[in-house]
Design a protein around this ligand. Structure first.
Ligand code: PRP
Length: 182
């Protein structure tokens, strides 16, 4: 295996573990939605694009892929405001919708999207996240399908970035604190 980038402290979730678990999640979703009609997958840009691409290709049920993009201001503060930058292309009022996120950190993004999409009266609404940080300081938002619980560290790879770097690594790695504390 090639050497770790000097920004990275360690690999938290190896590529093989991610790929195996994505298959497990896709299998569970395929079972849960069998005979229910197409599932409307909503990927949250940009972080979820790799996870969604792999997840969707492992589904054995009909599905539609769409994306939303949101922007948060004051993310680290209590008053963080979320704003829609890119919306869905179609109404979802008769759809089984699953929001696909890369990470639930404070939970503000997923909580906002959940409430907002729920108000559009989908037939059903669930959430799927690749990783979730510890819940102590997190908004209470349901995560129906979860890849991995991770510690409260900065993670990159498999869609996750630090200042737009390391997003396309095939594994999830912990960033060295010295990189973001500079
Ligand atoms: C990241 C990530 C989630 C969100 C989670 O997005 O992709 O959407 O933060 O954080 P929260 O639970 O504290 O709301 P970011 O705004 O960094 O944009 P990106 O996906 O384009 O990197």
């Amino acid at each position: 295996m090639s050497e770790l980038h000097p920004d990275l402290a360690r690999i938290l979730v190896p590529e093989e573990t991610i790929q195996a678990h994505v298959k497990v999640l896709a299998h569970q979703i395929s079972l849960d939605y069998a005979d229910k009609g197409p599932v409307y997958l909503v990927g949250v840009l940009r972080g979820a694009f790799i996870f969604l691409a792999d997840l969707a290709r492992c589904l054995t049920i009909p599905h539609v892929v769409d994306f939303m993009s949101v922007s948060s201001y004051g993310k680290s503060t209590e008053s963080g405001v979320v704003r829609i930058v890119l919306d869905l292309r179609e109404p979802i009022d008769n759809q089984h919708v699953i929001i696909v996120e890369d990470i639930v950190d404070s939970g503000k993004t997923l909580s906002y999207l959940y409430t907002m999409l729920k108000s559009r009266n989908p037939t059903s609404l669930r959430t799927c996240a690749l990783v979730q940080k510890p819940k102590e300081k997190q908004l209470d938002v349901p995560v129906d399908y979860l890849g991995f619980k991770i510690p409260d560290v900065w993670v990159v790879g498999y869609g996750l970035d630090y200042a737009d770097k390391h997003r396309t690594l095939p594994y999830i790695a912990e960033l060295k604190p010295s990189v973001y504390e500079k």
